[in-house]
Design a binder for this molecule. Structure first.
Ligand SMILES: Nc1ncnc2c1ncn2[C@@H]1O[C@H](COP(=O)(O)OP(=O)(O)OP(=O)(O)O)[C@@H](O)[C@H]1O
Ligand SMILES: [Mg+2]
Length: 290
């Protein structure tokens, strides 16, 4: 695997990148996200945890323009983000989905190249007549897509149909496609759901490598060992609201977090111990992404 440059974006680490202020999302009588404020800085890995149905994916959908929040504001690099996925991507934020969303009948490399759509300068005429500018850009895009596949450890699978890839590889392919948009912030919704322990370790290494490129990462996960190994800061969402937020080691030991997951205060358990490695929650289950 090789390192790849992230393209045009450069942001000093420590700069405030994502600023969600008092975000609320209601569906009829149900408040799925309740007054959530959360900041992510450049170069930071931020974890979002919480039991099934806590509102994590809905919050991601509010950040990425799939939903227009009922109230509240999302700023990215200081600018208010319009609630439109295309504009959110253009601003420098890319995501993966809890339920993998790939083009199943396209090859791995074609899926990555879809991520670059809109970043090239050729127009339809260039493409139809295969004019030199189009051919040059096509070559550059193919080269870049190969680099990204190499980066996520999938270069050998370039020409495989994505539906024929093992599950863990499909998740990595989705990350490559998100990286193809040249984001400053990558949002991952349960990137290790369905992975075996070895794949989970590889995913962890990949996220560290992504951070080393200078990107910030906001990651939803149910695997507590993964989250607390990886994240600089963690927020725990319960019934749509932030219950606890802070450095990983502080959140990890907060009894309210354990209680939120297993529904019983730790002191009332027969054998009170550390936070469970795998919570009672069932990853991958639950609501659709959008
Ligand atoms: N489009 C929608 N319409 C109505 N209710 C919704 C919609 N999307 C989500 N919800 C509800 O909002 C709540 C939060 O769901 P969400 O999927 O955000 O939870 P989550 O924290 O991602 O859970 P999981 O860990 O299971 O993925 C749930 O009660 C869910 O049923
Ligand atoms: Mg979810």
């Amino acid at each position: 695997m090789t390192q790849v440059a992230t393209g045009g974006h450069h942001v000093d680490s420590g700069t405030l990148l994502l600023q969600a202020s008092n975000v609320t999302m209601r569906f009829g009588g149900l408040t799925a996200v309740n007054d959530v404020s959360l900041n992510v800085h450049a170069g930071e890995i931020f974890g979002l945890i919480g039991p099934n149905g806590a509102g994590k994916t809905t919050f991601f959908n509010c950040l990425t323009g799939l939903y227009k929040p009922t109230s509240g504001e999302v700023r990215f690099a200081g600018e208010v983000l319009p609630p439109q996925p295309r504009l959110v991507v253009r601003a420098g934020m890319a995501r993966t989905f809890q339920n993998i969303r790939l083009f199943h009948n396209m090859t791995a490399i074609e899926n990555v190249m879809v991520g670059m759509y809109g970043r090239t300068k050729t127009n339809a005429i260039d493409a139809i007549f295969r004019l030199p500018r189009h051919r040059r850009e096509e070559l550059a895009s193919t080269e870049r897509a190969r680099e990204l596949l190499d980066f996520v450890g999938l270069v050998g699978a370039s020409d495989m149909l994505s539906r024929n890839l093992p599950y863990g590889d499909q998740r990595r392919l989705e990350i490559a496609r998100a990286l193809a948009t040249d984001p400053k912030l990558l949002l991952l919704d349960e990137p290790t759901a369905g992975m075996n322990p070895q794949e989970t370790r590889q995913a962890e290494e990949l996220i560290f490598k992504i951070r080393d490129l200078g990107l910030a990462v906001l990651v939803i996960e149910h695997d507590m060992r993964f989250i607390f190994n990886l994240c600089d800061r963690v927020a725990c969402l319960v019934r749509g609201a932030v219950l606890v937020e802070g450095p990983g080691n502080v959140v990890q030991n907060d009894p309210r977090v354990i209680e939120a997951y297993i529904g019983t205060p730790p002191e009332e358990l027969p054998e009170a111990g550390p936070a469970p490695e795998q919570p009672a929650a069932n990853p991958g289950e639950g609501n659709a992404d959008a």
